[in-house]
Structure formats: C-alpha cells, structure tokens
Design a binder for this molecule. Structure first.
Ligand code: AMP
Ligand code: ZN
Length: 114
C-alpha cells in the first residue's frame, strides 16, 4: 500500500534494519527499541491489523509464528525468554496500520504490561 510505512520498508523505499526476510515476511529492528532486543515481524502483504485478518491469511500468520523462534535464537533470547506482542486499535496504542508483531527480549519484562 502506497502510504504505508511498513509496506515502504518491505519495498526498501524506506530504510530499515532488516534481520530476516523471505517471500512472505520481513523482520526488522524497531527504530525506538523498548528492550535490548526489539524486532518487528510483518507480512509483506498489507494487512491493516489483527482485526483485518481473513481466512486466506492463516498460512502467513502461521509462518510469522514459526519465525519467532528463529529470530529469538539469532538474538540469543531463545533460552532466557522473550515476549511477542501485537497491538490492536487505539486502546492498545497501535500506531502503524500494517499488521506487526513485536518480539522483545534481552531483559526481564514486567507483567502485566501497562
Ligand atoms: P505499534 O505501536 O504496535 O503500532 O508499533 C509501531 C512500532 O513501529 C513502534 O514500536 C515504533 O517504534 C516502530 N517504528 C515506527 N517507525 C519505524 C521505522 N521507520 N522503522 C522501524 N520501526 C519503526
Ligand atoms: Zn502496509
């Protein structure tokens, strides 16, 4: 989608610190990290967010979930632990309307989140 920041990062029109990519998904470092490890994982396809997911997106979401462990291993948080978050809508503070999952780690993460 033309005016979508994450589509632009996926298309390499906007720079991003990409740490993983394949035909369907992309992972890059968050520009404003909340933890020593803070990676965003997105589908290349523009999906506005969780509530826009369709039956046909099942496979891509599954693929994204299978990538979390791969990234966690790469950033050495597989053993010590990490958290995956997807914000949906204003109360959760979703700022970018392109489905994305935050992978956070490298420190003790408090629970419940604020
Ligand atoms: P959310 O609040 O869940 O929509 O998260 C959006 C995330 O995108 C925030 O953590 C931002 O720091 C991050 N972000 C915004 N612009 C960029 C960018 N150009 N490159 C990497 N991450 C970004
Ligand atoms: Zn997009």
């Amino acid at each position: 989608m033309k005016n979508c920041l994450f589509c632009q990062i996926a298309a390499k029109e906007v720079p991003g610190e990409i740490v993983y990519e394949d035909d369907d998904i992309l992972a890059f470092k968050d520009i404003n990290p909340m933890a020593p490890v803070h990676i965003l994982i997105i589908p290349r396809k523009h999906i506005s967010g969780i509530t826009s997911l369709k039956e046909e997106d099942k496979e891509i979401v599954g693929k994204i979930y299978l990538t979390f462990s791969k990234i966690a291993r790469e950033f050495s948080v597989y053993q010590c632990g990490f958290r995956v978050i997807a914000n949906s809508g204003p109360d959760a503070g979703q700022a970018v309307d392109h489905l994305h999952f935050h992978l956070l780690g490298g420190r003790t993460l408090s629970w419940p989140p604020g």
